[in-house]
Every structure is written in structure tokens, then in C-alpha cells.
Design a protein around this ligand. Structure first.
Ligand code: ADP
Ligand code: MG
Length: 376
């Protein structure tokens, strides 16, 4: 990819280019915990966006996207927003950097990537983090701290792309480290690296390619349930609740709210259990927790769907160590911790059985936990 970027860059632009990259991410466990002040457990992966970037001495940005085969040129004022969606990510990063007092000057760039788009691996965070890191390195002597780089990406999604996301994706893309997952405390924003290099296992993403558009905004409803229960229990968020407290208040909350809160409380504890298990190298426990998360998301939080439950069942039938929905739910992919000797058979079975039932094969990606944003 490096050669392709540099040769395309020199074909189009006169300046000297530097290469930057940032990664997509997985989240091993910790789903719907972020807005409850709990933990998430992401890591950057070996699929990235890479850009060749050079200053051009003007006040204009000129960018070519190799994958989309599209070119955009824009200024750095608010009124200069480009219309192409892919370019808005880059424009947003520039604007959010400037809004925070950072410096951005004109530059030329060529970029490409291999993070599958819209598969739940956060290609958009990879794109934002790549350019945020580059702006910091090229124009700001790396004075902007890494959390701020993640927030620049997050604000880009909010303010320029209409996506009201949390911080996890950009955090993982910026802070990612080879063979390490990161437990992020979404209340304090403190985080810790945990070694994750499971010898004999592969992490496999199985993308169902289905996305159920639901009418009654289930995401907001889940949040409301959590807030209601927290209020009943007299805590700020469900992070501060445990099962004893919830059970003591069982007759004060609806059955549905009880189930939602039970999932969130158990999920918070599962993230901690997985971290402990990783310290012992106990991947069987990691896997059991992943299955338990899937069950909780399906039966208590009710954010699964038929296709994802089907993929989870296939994983179990094939003897896969751990499997669960990754992401918010209602479609997208499962993340699977698979013993290497079962890998090929699991993938073949998942593709065949899913296609027989739903008419199309899922997409499958093996991922390795890798470095986040960096200069190449
Ligand atoms: P994801 O879940 O992968 O983040 P999004 O819809 O949030 O999905 O972001 C995908 C968008 O990010 C694409 O529509 C495109 O605008 C931009 N993008 C991601 N990867 C690339 C790429 N390799 N080249 C150009 N644009 C990209
Ligand atoms: Mg995205």
C-alpha cells in the first residue's frame, strides 16, 4: 500500500509526502456499557487507513481517495465544507483541530485503506484518526494530546457527518497498541493496556451484512430504561449499581427495565472477569463471557436479531471458544475467538449455512490486534 500511495502522490502533487496510518478496531467485550459509565475493551486491528500527505504552501486542501477514485479540494473555513461524504471526514478533522486552537495549513494528500466500510470495524474512525494524527505531527509539533485527537474524530462525526457516536472507536484507533487490548473506563476515561496475543486462536469477524432499520428508535429506549433504573436505585449511572441493589428494587421497576439493567450490570462485571482471565491466559473463560454477552444482548437487552443469533448458534455448534454480537446490535457482525484448528471449518460452515438460510454469504475477516495511529 505504501508504494501505491507514494507513486499516486508523486503523479498528482509536487510536494514531499510523509506516510501516516491509523487502524480500525474491534471491541472484545463491553457492549452498551459506555453510556452507563461502564467499561469497554477495544483494540486496534491490522486493517487501516493510510495517507501520503505533504504541505502545499497554500490555504487549500487537495485530496485524492484511491479507493473511491474521487478528488476533492477545499479551503479551511467553515463555509468551505466539501459535499462528498468521504471528504467531510477530513474537512471535519481540520476544522475540529482549528476550533481547539490547533494549526492546520494547506496540504495535499492521497489515501487508501483496507478497513471494510460499514462492517462494524469503524473505518470512519480510522480515517479521522489518521488525519488527526497527521495534522498534529505536521503542524502542531505533536502538542495536541492523544485523547484530544480522539475527540477531534468524535466531534467530526457529530458535527460534520451526522453520527452521534461515543468515544470508543476513535480512542481505540488513536491509542491502539500491537497485541494489546485497552480497558477504557467510560466514567473516568482512564484506561489500561492488557496483553492479548492468544497463541493458537484467531479473532474472526463474521459480518451478516444485514442491518435492521427499526422505527421506534430502540437505542434511545434502551438508554431511557437504564436512566430510569439508575434513578430508582439512586445512582448516577448503572456503573454504580450491583445485582443486589437491583434485586432489592425489583418491584419498583418494570420487568423490561429490570432485564435491561440486569444485562448492563452483568456486562460491566463480565469485562472485569475477561480482564482477569486474560491475565491468567484463560481463554476458555474469555470465550464463555463472550457467549454470555451474546445471550444477554439477545434475551435481556433485546438488541440481537435472527441472523446474529443464527451465527452465534453456528459458532457454538462448531466448538468456537467465544462468540457474540459486536456493536450496538440489530445487525452487523459477530466477533469470534476461534481455535486455529477449527478456523477453516467454522468459516466454511458459517458461510454455507448462513447462505442457505438467508440467501447471501456473510463476509469474514480475520483480525490481529495491532498498532493504532502512527507515522509510517
Ligand atoms: P464504519 O462502521 O466502517 O465506520 P461509516 O459509515 O461510519 O462505517 O464510515 C464509512 C465511511 O467512511 C465511508 O462511507 C467513507 O465516507 C469513509 N471511508 C472509510 N474508509 C474509506 C476509504 N478507504 N476510502 C474513502 N473513504 C472511506
Ligand atoms: Mg463509523
Amino acid at each position: 500500500m505504501k508504494e501505491k500511495l507514494l507513486s499516486e502522490f508523486s503523479k498528482r502533487f509536487q510536494s514531499e509526502a510523509v506516510l501516516y496510518a491509523s487502524a480500525g478496531r474491534i471491541n472484545l467485550i463491553g457492549e452498551h456499557t459506555d453510556y452507563n459509565g461502564g467499561f469497554v475493551f477495544p483494540g486496534a486491528i491490522d486493517k487501516c487507513i493510510m495517507a501520503a500527505i505533504g504541505q502545499n504552501g497554500t490555504d487549500k486542501v487537495r485530496v485524492y481517495s484511491i479507493d473511491i477514485d474521487d478528488y476533492a479540494e477545499f479551503g479551511l473555513e467553515e463555509a468551505d465544507a466539501p459535499s462528498a461524504q468521504w471528504a467531510r471526514y477530513i474537512f471535519g478533522v481540520c476544522r475540529e483541530t482549528i476550533k481547539r486552537g490547533g494549526v492546520v495549513k494547506g496540504f495535499d494528500a492521497v489515501f487508501a485503506g483496507n478497513v471494510p466500510l460499514g462492517a462494524g470495524l469503524s473505518s470512519s474512525a480510522a480515517l479521522e484518526s489518521c488525519f488527526a494524527f497527521a495534522m498534529n505531527d505536521m503542524f502542531n509539533d505533536n502538542k495536541i494530546d492523544k485523547f484530544e485527537l480522539a475527540r477531534i474524530g468524535q466531534s467530526t462525526e457529530h458535527n460534520y457527518c451526522g453520527v452521534n457516536c461515543g468515544i470508543m472507536d476513535q480512542f481505540a484507533s488513536v491509542f491502539g497498541k500491537k497485541d494489546c487490548l485497552m480497558r477504557l473506563d467510560c466514567r473516568s476515561m482512564e484506561f489500561e493496556y492488557f496483553p492479548f496475543n492468544p497463541q493458537g486462536y484467531t479473532l474472526v469477524l463474521v459480518d451478516s451484512k444485514v442491518k435492521h432499520e427499526l422505527v421506534d428508535s430502540p437505542y434511545n429506549k434502551r438508554r431511557e430504561s437504564c436512566e430510569r433504573v439508575a434513578k430508582t436505585l439512586g445512582v448516577e449511572t448503572l456503573r454504580d449499581a450491583d445485582m443486589a441493589m437491583l434485586d432489592a428494587a425489583k418491584d419498583k421497576v418494570s420487568e423490561e427495565d429490570y432485564n435491561r439493567a440486569k444485562y448492563v450490570i452483568e456486562e460491566k462485571d463480565r469485562v472485569l472477569a475477561v480482564c482477569d482471565a486474560l491475565k491468567r491466559g484463560d481463554y476458555d473463560t474469555v470465550g464463555e463471557c463472550m457467549y454470555a454477552t451474546h445471550r444477554g444482548m439477545s434475551e435481556l437487552y433485546e438488541v440481537s436479531c435472527e441472523e446474529l443469533d443464527f451465527l452465534n448458534d453456528i459458532a457454538r455448534k462448531c466448538g468456537v471458544t467465544g462468540s457474540r454480537i459486536m456493536g450496538g446490535g440489530f445487525g452487523g457482525c459477530t466477533i469470534n475467538l476461534v481455535k486455529n484448528e477449527l478456523h477453516d471449518e467454522f468459516i466454511a460452515t458459517a458461510k454455507k449455512e448462513f447462505a442457505a438460510k438467508y440467501g447471501h454469504e456473510p463476509m469474514v475477516y480475520d483480525v490481529i490486534i495491532s498498532d493504532g495511529a502512527h507515522k509510517c
